[in-house]
Design a protein around this ligand. Structure first.
Ligand SMILES: Nc1ncnc2c1ncn2[C@@H]1O[C@H](COP(=O)(O)OP(=O)(O)OP(=O)(O)O)[C@@H](O)[C@H]1O
Length: 296
């Protein structure tokens, strides 16, 4: 781990649940909170981003004019009902998909009009990725998986540094193993080590705990939290789970391609309750908009 274990405190969740204490992290010694920082300090900035799939009457508006600044050194969770645009938000933010209009900046770097090969370099050297199903290469050792982004970016590989990162994520002496010899939680730790190895500007995590049990999920979320608090990383995480979102500084709620709400430093019960409200409202709007069948 990063030298400190997950802070204990008067959290509202049951023991073992992936929820931080209500009183804040590390005994209230955290640095200036992400949402207090000026917008100019954004690690990721989206300006009026629109993304549509398909054409004409069958087109789906996945993002409808999203504008948001994600500050450096912050942990943001993206939530919303199924189909609300969460994955599209993550993909456009990470330059994996291109918006139809609007702009996406990584720090001062405009991604929207960048050529694909340059974009690929930026992703390799300045972004880290953590996925639900780990996405490790089974034929490579843990060392090789962690070092892969450096190798692909043509950067120098320092085995001592790889070992140091593996120790930080709680996996010392596992570097010679293959992913198939590790548990799901251990594989996700390797994926986090791989995401950290380039010291990226932003780590994008897509349902990083979706395939893990509650306790293991909690350990993985603690690692992401510690990366933010102790290494100054910026984490953007899509999740369906209020317990996971409660580890973030800020939770953004997407509904029908728009950011409809946000909460800061809240517990999982408040997040779950806001999600229920938003889902009810979204379902009512859909029902009202649907054509009435079977009536003359
Ligand atoms: N490649 C695509 N082609 C057509 N429609 C798409 C494509 N990708 C996403 N969509 C549509 O865009 C909308 C937003 O999708 P997106 O996957 O971003 O939502 P989501 O909130 O991540 O959903 P979920 O929680 O179910 O994963 C959905 O209506 C989806 O069907």
């Amino acid at each position: 781990m990063f030298g400190r274990s997950r802070p204990q405190g008067p959290g509202t969740a049951a023991a073992g649940e992936a929820t931080p204490p209500a009183g804040g992290y590390f005994g209230g010694q955290e640095p200036m909170r992400a949402f207090d920082r000026p917008v100019t300090d954004a690690a990721v900035l989206l300006r009026d981003v629109h993304k549509k799939y398909g054409r004409g009457s069958t087109a789906t508006h996945a993002l409808r004019g999203v504008s948001i600044a994600l500050p450096r050194g912050s942990f943001t969770a993206i939530m919303g009902p199924s189909g609300s645009g969460k994955s599209t938000f993550l993909q456009c933010s990470a330059g994996l998909d291109r918006p139809d209009s609007g702009s996406v900046l990584l720090g001062d770097t405009e991604l929207t009009r960048m050529r694909e090969n340059k974009l690929s370099d930026v992703r390799l050297s300045r972004m880290g990725f953590v996925f639900q199903h780990f996405n490790l290469l089974p034929a490579l050792t843990v060392h090789q998986n962690v070092e892969l982004p450096l190798k692909l970016a043509g950067k120098r590989i320092d085995r001592n540094k790889t070992e140091e990162i593996l120790s930080r994520v709680g996996l010392p002496d596992r570097g010679h193993r293959r992913p198939g010899e590790l548990s799901g939680g251990q594989q996700q730790r390797v994926a986090i080590a791989r995401a950290l190895v380039t010291e990226p500007d932003v780590i994008f995590a897509d349902e990083p705990t979706g395939a893990l049990d509650t306790t293991t999920a909690s350990e993985v979320l603690a690692l992401l939290r510690e990366a933010v608090d102790q290494l100054g990383s910026t984490v953007v995480m899509v999740t369906h789970e209020p317990n996971a979102a409660a580890w973030a500084d800020r939770v953004l709620f997407l509904v029908d391609g728009e950011i409809s709400d946000e909460l800061t430093l809240v517990d999982s019960e408040e997040i779950a309750s806001r999600m229920r409200e938003l889902t009810r409202t979204a379902n009512r709007s859909k029902a009202a908009a649907a054509p009435v069948r079977g009536r003359a």
